[in-house]
Structure formats: C-alpha cells, structure tokens
Design a protein around this ligand. Structure first.
Ligand SMILES: N[C@@H](CCC(=O)N[C@@H](CS)C(=O)NCC(=O)O)C(=O)O
Length: 428
C-alpha cells in the first residue's frame, strides 16, 4: 500500500508533508477527502480526533502534521532535511515547535475568518496580528545573517515555517505589515520559489492588500488610521447600520440574570412548536429521500406531496455583500462556514446554498431553505451570519413558478437562474 495523506485540498498543514515528500522523492497519494465523514469510527481509527492531515502507512496511521512531516523527512538521510548533525536536528525541532505556537496559531486566527473557516472576531484578529508580528520579529532577528533557518540549505524547519506563512503572505500581510520583516520576506521568497515548494503550493504572490472577511473592513495602517476611520465611517455607515440593525432584530441582548438566580434550561422554540403544533412532515425522512434519490424530478414530486405548508415554510436567501466575493475558494469556505454554523437547528431545517457566476467577474451566493414554522428568526438566532442575507418567504400555496425555482436551487447541478454553478453546499 502506498502512503496516503488524508486532507482537504489546500490545507497548509499538508503543505509541509508534501514539500518534504518532494525533497525526499517519496510518493504520497492524496485521496479525495471531500465526502469523507471525519467523525466516523473508521476515520477516528486513523486520526483519534478526526483531524487532518493524517498519514496512512502500511504499518498504521500517523496523525499530527508535524509528526507526519518529520516521518517523511526522516525517510531519507542524504537529503539532510533534519539537519547535518544530531545537534542540528535539535535546532530544526526548535523551529518546528516555535512555528506551531508562535506562528501557526496567530496566523490561523487571522486567516481563517477570511477564508470562512471561523467566524470573525475583531479583538481576536487584532491580537493575532500583533502575536504574529512578535513571532516574525524573532524570525527576522534570526535571519539577519542567515539564508536558511538551520545550516546552509533547506531543512524541515524552513519547510514547516514557510508552509505556515503561505496564506498569511498571500492573503492578509499587506506591504505595510511586511515592511518590518525584510529578512523574513527575502528568506520566504527564496524558499517558496524552490521547485519542491512550487510543486506543492504553486506561485505565491504577496498580498497587494489585506483581504478581510466579507463585510469586514481592513484595519488601516496606523498613521492613516484616524483619517481613514473618519472616511470609512461615512462610506460604511449604511452597511454597518444595516448589520447593526439586523443584529438588533436577530438577538436582543438579554438582561443578565442575578448571580444567584436558578439556571433554567430553555426549551428551544422549535421543540415547543413540535409539542404544541406537531407537523406530519418528517424532515429526517425528506433528507433521506433527497440524499438517496437517483432522480431529482421524482424526489421533488415526493417533496411536494409531503410538504406541510402549515407547519413549515420555504425561503430564498440572497447574500447582501456579493460585491465583496473575491475568490471562489474563499466564497466556498464562507458558505461552508455558514452551513456548519446552522447545525443547532438541523432537526428543523434543510437548505441548499449555491455559488453561481464567474470567478474574477461576479460570484453570487444564494440559497433555498425549508424551515420549521413561519419565521427565519430561529435560524438567525442560531447563526449570526444569516443576518448577512436577505430572506424572502415563498408564498403559499406554492405557485408552479416557485416550485420550479425551489427545484432549481435544490437539484440543478449546472446552472441556477441563468448563471453557471461554481459550488453548492447542502445543509441536511
Ligand atoms: N495540530 C494538528 C491540527 C490539525 C487540525 O486542526 N486540522 C483541522 C484542519 S486544518 C481539522 O482536521 N479540523 C476538523 C476537525 O477538527 O474536525 C495538526 O497539526 O495536524
């Protein structure tokens, strides 16, 4: 059996493994991970927390990306990826561990909201930027008089640290931020242009401007801050107001209970609805029909037969900030995040989110949802990001035109409303 690396495409933690494999001429198969259930007993047997990357070898699995990278680096001695001496192997480890704590951590907190893996939190991002800068300062001092981190050629230390910096450099570290780290950037450019790096991460162009999560303005450079803040406040006012208003509507801040008040477990309004007004429509049964169908026309016929317009409602949502959708993979991550964060109401909802249009021109995010009851409020309460969409309720009895629209959202694999489908995420 060949070595198999289970990972999502583009995972920076897989980069270090695959670059080490390029240096060592090790063949690693990367199977399609998109439909793998990483919490299934079968997958947990490979990776105890269901995390990736994980390497499957003929003798068993190795999890934790640094352990995998070391394993691959040690497969050959002559390439000296772990240094030329026992002492250097210790130095390589120093940088690998430094990277995990001082660079990867803040880098992910800054980058993940941008690519939709994590909700945005302004305070956390501000701290991450400062923490990453501190880590980079240490690197900067070290690299003042050195070409590589350890010894005089590329080692696993360079591979691991560069891998952690690929997305920050590409997406968020603008020229102003990079200015303080000329030696780091010189070393990064040297490494990332080696053929073994290019084979895995492609060409890395440093960010022209800091990308921010859709709907969030980038922090301006310090000296321009005051001026910019004023300008921005004016320009952003309508959008910010809209968001503030949406938030207010979605989640009125509850008054804090007195410290000694008994904690009462709230029953979810959907559970109350189920008890008080039971519906004959069984969402789980519908999800099974949808998942197992080989003929979408047939499955929609069944849906309209089962649909209970008294107990459930249908909605079309359209993202308010499509103009900010820059790259298809980032929009896909944004939508994946949106779908994941709706998990709390899974029992009472079903939805299909579509990304349509053309990268570089316009990427449009929209979706069609089936929700218990006749409001979208519980989805907004469960998932703040739902406020970033306009929601339009489908009138009942559902017209033929609306039936066709819902079918297009839920079943089309090629076009939607005349635009090509780029990606689709199903909430079920
Ligand atoms: N320390 C681990 C972190 C692995 C990790 O957090 N992987 C993420 C993807 S980058 C993951 O698998 N998340 C899915 C989950 O936790 O269910 C490593 O370096 O391998």
């Amino acid at each position: 059996m060949a070595l198999k690396l289970w990972t999502q495409q583009g995972n920076f933690r897989a980069f270090k493994v695959l670059i080490a494999a390029e240096y060592n001429g090790v063949d690693i198969e990367v199977p399609d991970f998109s439909a793998v259930d990483n919490k299934s007993p079968e997958f947990l047997a490979k990776s105890p927390l269901g995390r990736v990357p994980v390497l499957e070898t003929p003798s068993g699995s190795i999890f934790e990306s640094n352990a995998i990278a070391r394993y691959v680096a040690r497969m050959r001695r002559d390439t000296e990826l772990c240094g030329v001496s026992f002492f250097e192997s210790g130095q390589v480890d120093s940088w690998v561990d430094f990277c995990a704590h001082e660079l990867e951590l803040p880098a992910t907190v800054w980058v993940y909201p941008v690519i939709g893996y994590m909700p945005h939190n302004a305070a956390a991002v501000a701290k991450a930027k400062a923490d990453l800068a501190r880590g980079l300062e240490t690197l900067e001092k070290h690299l003042l008089d050195k070409t590589y981190l350890v010894g005089d050629k590329v080692t696993l230390a360079d591979i691991v640290v560069v891998s952690a910096l690929v997305y920050p450099v590409k997406l968020v570290m603008d020229a102003e931020y990079r200015k303080a780290f000329p030696c780091v950037m010189r070393w990064f450019t040297t490494c990332v242009n080696q053929p073994q790096f290019v084979a895995v991460v492609g060409k890395v162009e440093p960010a022209k401007e800091e990308l921010t999560p859709a709907g969030v303005a980038a922090a301006p450079a310090k000296k321009e801050a005051k001026k910019e803040a004023k300008k921005e406040k004016k320009a952003e006012a309508p959008k910010k107001e809209a968001k503030k208003e949406a938030k207010k509507q979605a989640a009125p801040a509850p008054a804090a209970p007195p410290a000694d008040a008994p904690v009462k477990k709230e029953v979810h309004p959907y559970a109350v609805l189920d008890k008080e007004k039971p519906s004959p429509f069984i969402n789980d049964a519908w999800k099974k029909i949808y998942s197992n169908t080989s003929d979408y026309n047939d499955c929609m016929k069944q849906f309209w037969e089962l649909f209970d317009a008294e107990g459930w409602s249908l909605w079309i949502c359209r993202y308010k900030y499509n103009a900010e959708n820059k790259k298809a993979f980032m929009v896909s991550n944004l939508v994946s995040g949106f779908v994941q964060r709706s998990g709390e109401i899974r029992k009472w909802a079903f939805g299909v989110m579509q990304i349509t249009g053309e990268e570089g021109k316009e990427l449009i995010v929209s979706g069609a949802w089936l929700l218990r009851g006749d409001t979208v409020q519980h989805l907004k309460d469960a998932n703040d990001d739902a406020n970033w969409y306009d929601w339009e309720k489908i009138a009942t009895p559902v017209s033929d035109a609306d039936k066709a629209l819902i079918q297009e959202f839920w079943c089309s694999e090629t076009t939607l409303e005349g635009r090509p489908i780029i990606d689709c995420k199903v909430f079920k």
